[in-house]
Write a protein that binds this ligand. Structure first.
Ligand code: UD1
Ligand code: PEP
Length: 433
């Protein structure tokens, strides 16, 4: 088993480059199967386990994929498609469910394993299904699968989402792009990743308008072709480095971070006293001597992103005073609280809020990455903890971060990723320095 071992105390300095966004690339790859002719070349694709899982999902659907961790993901989807995505993929990564909309649009049928619950909550998909049904599909659930069918073409219609779900917005958009007539999607997600997907669909010949606002209009087209598309930078990876820079009172340039995508995080970090400078090709973060306690409430974009909640909690542990962190997006996204307590964190949970009392003298401990952002947050906390923090369950972290350890090391962190049996070697070597 691998572990990340970090010894706290080093300030981070230098520059770090942001990868393409996981949450943008997964729907874009799913959308690539909509192209009846021509190849799609997707650029700036991060080398994440989720991307490899999506590659397997596509290969299994008889789509040809060429991807060798060089950042270019080339898709040929012109062969007859298969229509089933088994549980082994959906279990590894819920975003596999995003092939349902494209399959339904292109072949009129999809059979996808029912996604189960996960560490951050039950994550139902009824909004996706409501959209497909409104467009005329029949949906049946049985034997652990969801099967959707349409005789003929999906029909454009008006669909109002009960909640601005990111996945439902994406799945329905991808289905509607080949539907007959116009689809109006209301109360949709406004995340930058939705805009990125719409840009790709339009480059393929689609007619999607309004992405990035609460209403999206999609005029259905006959067919789509492959296109070249560069994925937007990962605002959550960028945000993770921003919290790492701030917590160590460092000075780090986060290259590629797009300020416009990061407004809620930038606003809240500034409120804590962190200096953030918008430079031409990224954001510079300078950590203050003292951090101020603040309150945070996660919300759909442009609210504060739930995917930054755990990393911000690490930062709040070092802030002076009491902070209240309220999680409204997922029902159970406080699993990291127990791990922070192992590091001497003073956090109380009351309903959907966590009350963080700081500043804390964090202590190194053995902790588990309960989900990918929790894992990153524990590493961030470890950067300023006394002694060694050992983070296990790295499979979660690898879903969302490329070479996290190497990147932090290049910024000056005392950090190593090791096999368990080599753990003592790292600690002993580090102690000699
Ligand atoms: C691959 C990807 O892009 N993942 C992101 C995406 O996940 P995902 O697309 O799964 O997130 P959603 O926006 O759909 O989910 C948000 C909330 O809505 C609920 N819900 C969703 C759909 C539905 O049909 N019914 C329902 O009740 C979910 O259980 C959750 O509580 O957006 C989340 C919210 O920003 C992020 O944390 C994830 O990193
Ligand atoms: C929750 C996340 O991702 P996913 O929806 O892929 O589980 C995340 O990126 O923090």
């Amino acid at each position: 088993m691998e572990k990340i071992i970090v010894r706290g105390g080093n300030k981070l300095h230098g520059s770090v480059k942001v990868e393409g966004a996981k949450n943008a690339v997964l729907p874009v790859i799913a959308a690539s199967i909509l192209a009846e002719r021509g190849a799609s070349t997707i650029e700036d694709v991060p080398s994440l386990t989720d991307v490899y899982t999506m590659k397997e999902v596509l290969t299994n659907l008889n789509v040809a994929v060429d991807y060798n961790a060089d950042g270019r993901f080339v898709v040929h989807a012109d062969r007859p498609l298969k229509t089933e995505a088994p549980f082994e993929y959906v279990r590894k990564m819920r975003a596999s469910f995003l092939v349902m909309g494209p399959l339904l649009a292109r072949v009129g049928r999809a059979r996808i394993a029912l996604p189960g619950g996960c560490a951050i909550g039950s994550r139902p998909i009824e909004q996706h299904l409501k959209g497909f049904e409104a467009m005329g599909a029949t949906v049946e659930i049985g034997n652990g699968f969801i099967e959707a069918r349409i005789d003929g073409k999906l029909q454009g219609t008006k669909i109002y989402l009960d909640f601005p779900s990111v996945g439902a917005t994406e799945n329905i958009m991808m289905a509607a792009v080949l539907a007959e007539g116009t689809t109006i999607l209301e109360n949709v997600a406004e995340e930058p990743e939705i805009v990125d997907l719409a840009n790709y669909l339009n480059a393929m010949g689609g007619k999607v308008r309004g992405a990035g606002t609460g209403v999206i209009r999609i005029d259905g087209v006959e067919s789509l072709h492959g296109a070249v598309h560069s994925v937007i930078p990962d605002r959550i990876e960028a945000g993770t480095f921003m919290t790492a820079a701030a917590i160590t009172r460092g000075n780090v340039f986060v290259e590629g971070a797009i300020a416009e995508h990061m407004r809620p995080l930038v606003a809240k970090m500034r409120e804590m006293g962190v200096e953030i400078l918008e430079e031409e090709s990224g954001l510079r973060v300078i950590g203050p001597e003292k951090l101020k306690a603040i309150d945070i409430k996660t919300m759909p974009h442009p609210g504060f992103p739930t995917d930054m909640q755990a990393q911000m909690m690490a930062l709040l542990l070092k802030a002076e005073g009491t902070s209240v962190v309220t999680e409204t997006v997922f029902e159970n996204r406080f699993m990291h609280v127990e791990e922070f307590r192992r590091m001497n964190g003073n956090i109380k949970i009351e309903g959907r809020s966590a009350i963080v009392s700081g500043p804390t003298d964090l202590q190194g401990a053995e902790v588990g990455a309960t989900d990918l952002r929790a894992g990153a947050a524990l590493v961030v906390a470890g950067l300023v903890a006394d002694g060694y923090t050992r983070v296990t369950e790295l499979k979660h972290l690898d879903r969302g971060y490329v070479r996290l350890t190497e990147k932090l090391k290049a910024l000056g962190a005392d950090i190593e990723r090791v096999e368990e049996q080599l753990e003592n070697e790292f600690v002993e070597t580090a102690e000699l320095i």
